[in-house]
Design a protein around this ligand. Structure first.
Ligand SMILES: Nc1ncnc2c1ncn2[C@@H]1O[C@H](COP(=O)(O)OP(=O)(O)OP(=O)(O)O)[C@@H](O)[C@H]1O
Length: 322
């Protein structure tokens, strides 16, 4: 593989717990396990790209040293066709004793919340069956989607969106290492579009750097199909002023030029309304309605009609506001 073809999210995967950034509390607790050379079953919960997989691997490395791979297996609950395949793989892996002087093996199961409650119940029995020689690390986006009997058998760790400062520092290190020139507005754009998702930030940086120019805000917004916050603010303001047709053409531009989906527009509008200077009563009105649109989109409603309906709603509310 050439250097250019190397994927940066892999290249910059933390090699030890110390390199995981922005999750201080979690990492401190995990380091305590490394010191004691033992772990209970663990449940990692949090948004995508915040370091759950990275921390599980870093923990295995810190516990087992160089040959960590011998005693670590990673599975994805939603990839594998059903719990039976997962159980079969676990059985195979757990059949043999830990290799070397490791006291146990680690099974990392990503997207555990994709399993149905029945499948989770089967998983729980499997966890119990092999708990002498295996520790499970389950990863999920929402703890509430994991059945109570599993939650109560695991130490729960909550990962948060990676904070801007931690992200900025690490992204600058990557730029320096890769010889990438980035402008200050490029860096800010990266932090804005990734919204705490480190995977997204690194991928966007690599994509923009591949264009071969200085990485600026324009490149980042283009590559991630994200509109600039100012453009969303403009859309919102125009619609609130009652200029429905003008707002529609701004929306056209966003969707065509940036290739944004209806859901992208809704989630960016959501961020824009929250961070805008409008009064709380207005925010409540607009977000309440946006929630309805969001729900309808997930139900498969026509996205352009829904977005136009929202702009129409903004025009009416705006006129009343005067
Ligand atoms: N907290 C972090 N510190 C350092 N690097 C990170 C962190 N979070 C993510 N990364 C980087 O992003 C990549 C993806 O992160 P990771 O696979 O750990 O995300 P995840 O939380 O498991 O997401 P998912 O829920 O989608 O599986 C890592 O390989 C690493 O390069």
């Amino acid at each position: 593989m050439t250097v250019e073809a190397e994927i940066w999210v892999e290249k910059y995967r933390p090699r030890t717990l110390k390199e995981v950034v922005g999750q201080e509390e979690v990492i401190q607790r995990l380091m305590g396990y490394v010191e004691r050379k033992n772990i209970p079953h663990l449940l990692f919960a949090g948004p995508p790209g915040t370091g759950k997989t990275a921390s599980a691997i870093a923990l295995a490395r810190d516990l087992f040293g160089e040959n960590w791979r011998d005693n670590f297996i990673e599975m994805n609950a939603s990839d594998e066709r059903g719990i039976d395949v997962v159980r079969h793989k676990i059985k195979e892996f757990a059949r043999t004793a830990p290799i070397g002087d490791a006291p146990f093996k680690i099974i990392f199961l990503d997207e555990a919340d994709a399993l149905t409650p029945d499948a989770q119940a089967a998983l729980r029995r499997t966890m119990e069956m092999y708990s002498k020689i295996c520790r499970f690390i389950l990863s999920c986006n929402y703890v509430s989607r994991i059945i109570e009997p599993i939650q109560s058998r695991c130490a729960v760790f909550k990962f948060r969106p990676v904070p801007p400062e931690a992200m900025r520092k690490r992204l600058l290190e990557i730029c320096e290492n890769e010889g990438v020139k980035i402008t200050e507005d490029g860096l800010e754009a990266l932090i804005y579009v990734s919204n705490g998702d480190f995977r997204k930030a690194i991928n966007a940086l690599q994509g923009a750097a591949a264009l071969g120019k200085v990485v600026d805000a324009e490149a980042i917004y283009q590559i991630t199909a994200t509109a600039r916050p100012e453009e969303l603010a403009n859309l919102l303001e125009t619609a609130l002023e009652g200029k429905f047709m003008e707002a529609r053409s701004i929306l056209d531009k966003l969707m065509i030029e940036y290739g944004m989906s209806g859901e992208d527009v809704v989630s960016q509008l959501f961020r824009e309304i929250l961070s805008s200077g409008m009064d709380e009563k207005m925010k409540v009105l607009l977000i309440d309605k946006l929630g309805e649109i969001d729900f309808r989109l997930t139900e498969g409603a026509h996205e352009r009609i829904q977005l136009d309906a929202y702009l129409a709603y903004l025009s009416t509310v705006g006129k009343k506001r005067g």
